[in-house]
Design a binder for this molecule. Structure first.
Ligand SMILES: *Cc1c(COP(=O)(O)O)cnc(C)c1O
Length: 469
């Protein structure tokens, strides 16, 4: 073992955790500067001592990176990572368990299963009747849902492909659904015409009446209304679709009901927020990303499904070179999931969960939800206008001067990014460009919210005074 390298690694990780608040969240990066640095320093001709490589790599990550683990990164669901999760991931790197076949990695396999059963129960699923697996992220979990639905509803496509579909296959979603479904439509060969857009309520949630109408009229036109995609915690505005009512509509049409709760599912860990997800327990499948609100490093998506046979239908293969099935109720992941070789993605979740417990996670979630509420009050008190309707900690807002056309969200973001003290983004909601600030770090405190509001006010005033840098 290279003691010095391990010490260097430890001190880099420790320094990052200690200093994170003092780092700029974002710095201006010029690709040519970064490339020139790499070109000049790393020709790969002479070996470099490992401790030095560790230090220099950490330096590059410090300098040329948006620090998503910063308490003032109010960003795109990318979390601060729990210490236990980082340690769990390091163990995985060292042991390198292969999760294609159960028999190659029984410990890792059963650790994952144990945690997934715990989360399945929290969702309100019966763990004994639920198939669950880790994925690279929410996009893959959503893809798995669509593939499983196709396998269940149109088994002939397993051989004949989409030309064996009995009728055009309709997937129902809204303009606010995640854009991974656009790729999924293309990857599955269904094509984006399969994406049937449904109207929304004022709160940007899917409107059950509009869903029913669209499915009925498609059916009359020869379509098979096949999959309803509800979202619990939309990416842009944190809206939660009315799951129970949408499930009723899906059931009436014999459609698969998928809940994309990539970020929002973690609300089941908070007694206060749990009721918002009522109905998720009725889903045919659920997407839930551990690498979002469960504060573990990327990538760790989770997929839950109450039709294990559909997954076997979708993914079963047999080969002579893979170890034979273990038997009993164990499943070889390569035969029931999209991936083949797979990292033990779930071990970091296990270590974090074991360390802080279900209650500890509940406290992190509640703290972040509380910070969201605080941010709404602070913004409201300084003249900003809140525009989205959710109790999850995702706040969309604008300002009278933006609505008057005096200044744009882009101009304000330019100032904010240049100063580097906070990171937020803008997003189009109902055709209007508004700010989006999400509490993604369990480390975010009131002082950080105050800095965000101050930075917004500074930017607004700087632009009004016409004093660019
Ligand atoms: C983030 C997100 C996804 C995509 O998940 P990845 O982990 O980025 O692949 C899908 N749906 C929703 C609602 C999301 O927020």
């Amino acid at each position: 073992m290279d003691e010095a390298a391990w010490q260097q690694l430890e001190s880099e990780i420790e320094a990052l955790r200690r200093d994170i608040r003092d780092l700029q969240v974002v710095q201006e990066v010029d690709a040519s500067e970064l490339r020139a640095h790499l070109q000049q320093r790393y020709s790969f001709e002479d070996p470099i001592d490992l401790p030095i490589v560790v230090r220099e790599t950490a330096e590059m990550l410090r300098r040329w990176n948006v620090h998503v683990t910063h308490p003032r990164y109010f960003g795109l669901f990318n979390p601060s990572v729990l210490e236990g999760a980082v340690i769990g991931d390091a163990l995985v790197a060292a042991f390198n368990p292969q999760l294609a076949a159960w028999s190659h990695a029984p410990a890792a396999q059963e650790i994952e299963r144990h945690v997934l059963r715990h989360f399945a129960a929290l969702l309100g699923f019966d763990p004994d009747r639920t198939a669950a697996n880790y994925t690279s992220g929410g996009a893959e979990a959503n893809l798995t849902a669509v593939l499983a639905a196709i396998a269940k509803l149109e088994p002939d496509t397993s051989r004949g492909g989409i030309s064996a579909l009995s009728r055009p296959f309709g997937i129902y979603l809204t303009e606010q659904s995640h854009h991974s479904f656009v790729k999924i439509a293309r990857m599955t060969g269904l094509g984006t015409d399969c994406l049937r857009e449904v109207g929304m309520t004022d709160g940007l949630a899917m409107d059950p009446a509009s869903l029913r109408e669209r499915m009925a009229s498609d059916r009359a036109d020869g379509w098979r209304p096949a999959v309803v995609i509800a979202t619990a915690g939309t990416t842009s505005a944190g809206a939660i679709d009315p799951l129970e009512e949408l499930h009723d509509v899906a059931t009436d049409f014999g459609a698969w009901f998928h809940v994309d709760a990539a970020w929002g599912a973690a609300a089941v860990l908070s007694p206060r927020l749990r009721p918002l997800l009522r109905g998720i327990e009725r889903a045919d499948s659920v997407t839930w990303d551990a690498h979002k609100w469960l504060s573990v490093p990327m990538g760790a998506g989770m997929f839950f499904c109450r039709h294990p046979e559909a997954l076997r239908q979708a993914f079963a293969v047999s080969t002579s070179y893979m170890p034979g099935p273990t038997g009993g109720d164990t499943a070889d992941p390569y035969a029931v999931t999209t991936q083949w070789s797979r990292r033990a993605t779930g071990l970091k979740v296990f270590v974090a969960l074991a360390e802080i417990g279900t209650g500890g996670y509940g406290e992190l979630i509640e703290h972040q939800a509380h910070m969201g509420d605080e941010l709404r009050s602070l913004l409201d008190a300084s003249g900003w206008i809140l525009v989205n309707d959710t109790r999850l900690p995702l706040v969309c807002f604008t300002h009278p001067r933006i609505r008057d056309g005096g200044v744009t969200t882009r101009q304000i973001l330019d100032v904010i990014y240049r100063r580097g003290h906070v990171w937020i983004s803008d997003v189009l909601l109902g055709g209007e460009s508004v700010f989006r600030a999400c509490i993604t770090s369990y480390r975010t405190e009131e002082e950080d919210l105050a800095v965000l509001v101050e930075e917004l006010d500074v930017a607004l005033n700087e632009i009004a005074a016409g004093s660019p840098p």
